[in-house]
Design a protein around this ligand. Sequence first.
Ligand code: FE2
Ligand code: FE2
Length: 252
Amino acid sequence: MKCVTLFRDNEHCWQAFGQDPDKPDNVVDTNQYVVRSGDAAILLDPGGMEVFPPMLAALTREIPVENVTALFLSHQDPDIGSSLPLWRRICKPDVKIYLSWLWAGFTAHFDRDAVFTTIPDEGMEMSLSHDVKLRFLPAHYLHSSGNFNVYDPKARVLFSGDMGAALVPADKGNGTMFVSDFAGHIQYMEGFHRRWLGSPQARDAWVAQMSKLDIDILAPQHGLVFKGDDVRRFMDWIAGLDIGSGLAAMNR
Ligand SMILES: [Fe+2]
Ligand SMILES: [Fe+2]
């Protein structure tokens, strides 16, 4: 599995893990992220149980697993956090697990013994260390009804979950984890966003909220990472996209 550093300032860094060449074809590709500050680390969307072995191997090439102080699950999907019981087995017993209050009882179906720190609908701030604070920002209905993004104002990185996700065929990658041709990348995002997003009001609220932030890097849970001008290009593109394509099947 690849590991790419998105941001580094001394002990503060963001790393993306993904594009595992050994991943079975029928398992949707995911990106897992780690935010580190000194000896503290949080895993953002640690992934499905299928990616746990390569993810653990890649992570422990970077940091000891004892440094993982927190796990964050943006929403309830299996590709987000079905690895949770496996992580809890190897992390310290006091590892914090952040999840929307809405999903705690449902996520218990794959880890009954997990104790969640539930995130209220309006979001919250968490301190990774004394000088790195992360904001869990509401992104409800995009696509999950209880869903959060993670913003780091110092690094100016937004982890956007399924917003910005792309399904890039393994043989169509550009060899990096970054978008290099926004127009050419749309084909890998369009069907996903049109089908998975159903609420134009939620989309508009997300664009309004995120447009107020300084974002150098927008890092989604699938596909390639946007940086620089491509962040604004993504905002402009999603703001005008016709979403809710699944409705067509109901309106016949
Ligand atoms: Fe999802
Ligand atoms: Fe996803």
